[in-house]
Each structure stands twice: as structure tokens, then as C-alpha cells.
Design a protein around this ligand. Structure first.
Ligand code: SF4
Length: 194
């Protein structure tokens, strides 16, 4: 009569261990959402977003500036537009000569009380939505001319300002950083305002 082999637990442990190792190796990526309602082909070609998000995305890459170069800061503004820094890379293209074609008033330099009514008139002629960027210490606060009888001690006394770029003068990189901040603000702009 053949004698039965004793129960060998180490063999079972090895088999079980191999199964677990195989499962670990095959479990590197999470399973996709099982209730996904788009098939794979459509998922590769459809982007879901709100209308407001898409319009905000498009608007921020087509902000056209009307130039208000009022003093020495204007040279850095011109430098930012020229080939080395080339802010048309951000969809800003050329300076607009007409306020009716512009979204952004880019004020660079010392604003005098004599110039202020003309600046305000140009701002009022720009269509909504519109934004204002104050470039340099003089525009922001009067700078080194603050206290002078002829200098406006802050652009925000005349028009609402969205972005301030400090410096005397700010470098083109600083102005471009200001544009990035403005883009973030434009992207968040609501279509329907309360
Ligand atoms: S901030 Fe400086 S560089 Fe700019 S306009 Fe005033 S004085 Fe000129």
C-alpha cells in the first residue's frame, strides 16, 4: 500500500506568493472610470470646458495694446515690443493707433495733469472689456516727480488700473511678467457681471 505524502505547506506558499507577485506587476496603473460615456476614439478628440473658460483662454491671447508712452519708461515698453523680447509672441501683436481696436491701455511714463484729460478720453473711447497696465514708478505714484504741481500722483486717480509694474524703469522682462499677470486676470474675467 502506497503511503500518502505529508502535506507540504511551503509549496502552497510559493504558489500563492507567485500569484501575488504577478498581481503587483500588473497593477501599476489605475483602471479608467468604468462609467465613462465616451469611447476611446472620441475621448482623444473632445475637450470639455465651460464656454466662459474657452472665451477667457482666447481673450487672454489677443490683448491688443494702445500705447501711452509718456516718458522714459516708454523706451523699455518699445524694447519689449521689439525683436529681442517680442511680446507679439503672447498674441499682443502691434500697438493699436485707435482706442477702438485696443483692449489694453499700456501707460508708461510720467502722467501730467495736462495730459490726463486726453488719456481719460482715450480710455473712455475703448470698448469693454478693457484693461489698464501702469508701467513704472511715475505712472504708479508720480515717482521721483511726486509732489510736483504738474504730475498726477498715481494713474489710478484718473482710470482704474488692473496691473502695476514697478521700477524706474522696469525692464522688458518685468513688463512681460506684468502681461502674464494680466493674462491670468483676463482669463478669470466673467462673461456676465453682477
Ligand atoms: S519711472 Fe523712471 S524711467 Fe519711468 S518715466 Fe519715471 S523717471 Fe522715467
Amino acid at each position: 500500500m502506497e503511503i500518502e505524502k505529508p502535506y507540504v505547506s511551503s509549496e502552497l506558499d510559493k504558489t500563492e506568493g507567485a500569484e501575488i507577485e504577478a498581481l503587483i506587476a500588473a497593477s501599476k496603473e489605475p483602471y479608467p472610470d468604468p462609467v465613462s460615456w465616451l469611447d476611446e476614439e472620441i475621448q482623444r478628440n473632445v475637450l470639455l470646458a465651460s464656454t466662459e473658460h474657452i472665451i477667457g483662454w482666447a481673450k487672454r491671447f489677443s490683448v491688443w495694446p494702445v500705447a501711452m508712452g509718456l516718458a522714459c519708461c516708454a523706451f523699455e515698453m518699445i524694447g519689449a515690443a521689439a525683436s529681442r523680447f517680442d511680446f507679439s509672441r503672447f498674441g499682443m501683436e502691434v500697438f493699436r493707433a485707435s482706442p477702438r481696436q485696443a483692449d489694453l491701455m499700456l501707460v508708461a511714463g510720467t502722467l501730467t495733469w495736462k495730459m490726463a484729460p486726453a488719456l481719460k478720453r482715450i480710455y473712455d473711447q475703448m470698448a469693454e472689456p478693457k484693461w489698464v497696465l501702469a508701467m513704472g514708478a511715475c505712472t504708479i505714484s508720480g515717482g521721483c516727480f511726486r509732489g510736483s504741481y504738474s504730475v498726477v500722483p498715481g494713474l489710478n486717480l484718473i482710470v482704474p488700473v488692473d496691473v502695476y509694474v514697478p521700477g524706474c524703469p522696469p525692464r522688458p522682462e518685468g513688463l512681460i511678467y506684468g502681461f502674464m499677470e494680466l493674462h491670468r486676470k483676463v482669463a478669470k474675467d466673467k462673461l456676465i457681471k453682477k
